[in-house]
Design a protein around this ligand. Structure first.
Ligand code: PMP
Ligand code: GLU
Length: 390
């Protein structure tokens, strides 16, 4: 029996692959310093958990609208209208998904015909390439320029041909922690508008910002121009396991995505959506985000100071997200380096190869590690780099 060649061509998820290995080691009693998967060690706030319990007790345990419960869609529309001064119709422009990952899948499934191309500036999140392939599209990875990982109109133009249907922008960026500048995003808009291609803007880290300000693509580009926003509750409210996200797009895109939802998952569990509604609309959530950012900022600074003292590694200091993308002085591959780091030094990271082929880099996540553990990590990592690069 043979399996579908469509799925055979899909690469594994680098982050989930590493975290499975680490979990198996931990199960055997091994103590690992975990800077691998992009998760958070903050508990989902109590008021959100309580909202879920109330929703279950109220009987929100049956099928809901495939587009999502109305309260949540209205709340999302209001947040964006307030923040960006744009008109968003909760009925026609918003749909609820099980996380941003499925949102991206549903969007690309909706937008792409077989063999059409998607431009993906790199370094990029591990799953873009795989999702495009699952939708029978062709990912075109574009190496951004210089140490600032810049996107320019000219760079995008060099990679354009008639088969290109969309571009994925991820700001703030995983794995670099960079917020794309207004100039860069304007060039993306100009490039996309001239060629009438979709801009899929993944903004899941929009509230995890330490310096500067996140700029949404929606601030520059209308939904009718092909701007599609993908966002999620995972990071903002420490809700990664809840699987709740959404898409904001023009009516045609939402109508098509709705068919994908109807024919795949029917709907996102309504009690999860209700908890999301409470997360989005309550004051306590703002307090929670503030305190989470405060703690993450401390971790970012501790890691920055520590890494600065390690010879032969370089990185760009992240102004957002909870990642550092670090260039390593190792002659072999990033997978081999990460494997040795794990086996010989009990440190888990994600190899740079998975972020668009950056084989002399690794990604460090500080979302799930305490400051004390970070200090231990820095000492051990310093020793490991010296040992592995000699
Ligand atoms: N986009 C990026 C850039 C991510 O890092 C992630 C992982 N959180 C996702 C999308 C998917 O997020 P979700 O948990 O909402 O599926
Ligand atoms: N997005 C997170 C990461 O980059 C979570 C894992 C995943 O879904 O890829 O590590």
């Amino acid at each position: 029996m043979t399996l579908s060649s469509r799925v055979e061509s899909v690469p594994i998820s680098g982050t989930l692959y590493i975290s499975e290995i680490v979990r198996a080691m931990e199960k055997k009693g091994k103590k690992i310093l975990r800077l691998d998967i992009g998760d958070l060690n903050f508990r989902t706030p109590d008021h959100i958990v309580r909202a879920l319990e109330e929703a279950v007790n109220k009987g929100m345990t049956h099928y809901a609208s495939s587009k999502g419960i109305r309260e949540l869609r209205e709340a999302i529309a209001q947040v964006y209208e307030r923040r960006y001064g744009v008109d968003i119709n909760p009925e026609r422009n918003v749909i609820i998904t099980p996380g941003a990952k499925f949102a991206l899948y549903a969007v690309l499934y909706t937008v792409l015909n077989k063999g059409e191309k998607v431009l993906i500036p790199t370094p990029c999140w591990v799953s873009y390439e795989g999702i495009v392939r699952m939708c029978e599209g062709i990912p075109v990875l574009i190496k951004t320029e210089g140490e600032e990982y810049c996107i320019t109109y000219d760079l995008l133009t060099k990679h354009y041909d008639e088969e290109v249907k969309a571009i994925i922008i991820n700001t703030p960026n995983n794995p670099t922690g960079k917020i794309y500048t207004l100039k860069e995003l304007r060039e993306v808009k100009e490039f996309a508008n001239e060629r009438r291609i979709f801009v899929i803007s993944d903004e899941v880290y929009d509230s995890i910002v330490f310096d500067g300000e996140h700029i949404s693509m929606l601030d520059l580009m209308g939904l009718d121009e092909g701007c599609i926003i993908v966002n999620s509750f995972s990071k903002k409210y420490a809700m990664t396991g809840w699987r709740l996200g959404y898409i904001i797009a023009n009516e045609d895109v939402i109508r098509s995505v709705n068919k994908v939802i109807q024919q795949s998952i029917s709907c996102v569990p309504p009690f999860i959506q209700w908890a999301g509604y409470v997360a989005l609309t309550s004051e306590e959530s703002q307090e929670f985000i503030k305190s989470m950012i405060k703690e993450l900022r401390v971790r970012r600074d501790v890691l920055d100071n520590g890494l600065r003292g390690i010879m032969n590694i370089t990185y760009r200091r992240p102004e957002a997200t909870f990642y550092f993308f670090v260039r390593i002085p190792y002659k072999g591959s990033s997978v081999e380096f990460s494997k040795r780091l794990l086996e010989e030094h009990s440190i888990a990271v994600v190899p740079g190869k998975f972020f668009g082929g950056y084989d002399n880099y690794i990604r460090l996540s500080f979302g799930s590690i305490t400051v004390d553990e970070l200090r231990i990590f820095i000492d051990k990592f310093k020793e490991a780099v010296r040992h592995l690069s000699s």
